[in-house]
Design a protein around this ligand. Structure first.
Ligand code: PMV
Length: 331
């Protein structure tokens, strides 16, 4: 039997951020989070287990895996153990957007890897099981198993069995919603979100304040999604993002992901909003910025973004699909 499969998973962008782990090993968060799965920002991954491979080969965007990405190897080892197989593996993975620049590439990457590898290994997991497993590769990956708007429940159990994602609504519920991913640099960030979180939990004096107030953010953003209330969602998501960056800036040593171009976009989004154009921003662990808007305003906002100095390009995403197995091999 051929132990080979390909999966496609979309990236997701958090509207209420996950920041800080209560368990590093199992990747259990201190807080729940909410995201939109993005159509058009995806990773495709083919996995094959076979005796013909003498060692594990992992190729991501045409580059062989470096040692600092060994979490991918341990993730594959976990899947081999679950399936009771011993063969070495070959993985080829491609994303259609810059990796490690705060564009949630780890989310689509680990979600696609988890789905392709479990399928290739002969395991037939349901979405909840996939979400739990993907979470252990990269936290935000558990949300990319589902399409539409998604909530990752933090869970309380020590073993992580109730820390998984759930779909709030599918991609057809609010099809007018758009996120304009605004790329300011394609350089890899210097501090990974993993390291940034550890440092924040350890040294930020405001972390407890984050945990206290994030519950309110979750409640409001979830309500806003269900009510399709764009200003309510945008305002709360923007506020939540600024709180997360305030944590990062006040850890020791401080982490500042923003570049001058990030601030340029922030100031302009605020000014356009003053003018009556409906737009809000969110930023992850990197300098790039995402502008939230509705379909009716996307052309105008996109045009204005592309005119700003420092903006290299934009990608407009609408709510996307669940991660899925596809009928195509990358090798
Ligand atoms: O799952 P990670 O390690 O890629 O961390 C994601 C962290 C943020 O993107 C900043 C927030 C989030 O919820 O996606």
């Amino acid at each position: 039997m051929v132990k080979k499969a390909t999966a496609l998973a979309n990236a997701n962008i958090a509207l209420v951020k996950y920041w800080g782990k209560r368990n590093e090993e199992l990747i259990l968060p201190y807080n729940s989070s909410i995201s939109m799965t993005c159509d058009g920002l995806f990773t495709t991954t083919t996995v094959e287990f076979s005796e013909k491979y003498k060692e594990d080969i992992i190729i991501i965007n045409d580059e062989e895996l470096k040692k600092d990405e060994k979490n991918i190897l341990s993730h594959l080892e976990k899947i081999r153990k679950m399936a009771g197989i011993k063969e070495r593996v070959k993985v080829v993975s491609e994303s259609n957007f810059p990796v490690a620049a705060g564009l949630a590439s780890s989310a689509s990457g680990l979600a696609a890897l988890t789905l392709a590898a479990t399928k290739a290994a002969g395991l037939d997991l349901n979405q909840r099981e996939l979400s739990i497993l993907a979470r252990q590769g990269s936290g935000s990956a558990c949300r990319s198993i589902y399409g539409g708007f998604v909530e990752w429940l933090k869970g309380e159990k020590e073993d992580g069995s109730n820390s998984y994602a759930n779909q709030i609504v599918d991609k057809n519920y609010w099809p007018e919603f758009r996120i304009i991913v605004t790329i300011l640099t394609e350089a890899k960030k210097k501090i990974s979100s993993r390291a940034g979180m550890v440092q924040t939990v350890k040294t930020c004096p405001f972390y407890q304040g984050w945990l206290k107030t994030v519950e309110e953010d979750l409640k409001i953003v979830k309500e806003a999604i269900l009510q399709k209330d764009f200003p309510k969602l945008g305002a709360q998501a923007e506020y939540n993002c600024l709180k997360m960056h305030a944590l990062m800036m006040t850890t020791k040593p401080s982490i500042i992901y923003w570049r001058p171009a990030t601030m340029e976009v922030i100031q302009n989004v605020l000014a356009w909003r003053e003018e009556g154009l409906q737009c809000y921003f969110t930023i992850d662990a990197g300098p790039n910025i995402k502008v939230l808007c509705l379909k009716k305003d996307k052309k105008e906002i996109n045009k204005r973004l592309l005119r700003l100095e420092g903006v290299i390009k934009t990608i407009i995403a609408k709510p996307g699909d669940d991660a899925k197995i596809i009928d195509k091999y990358l090798f």
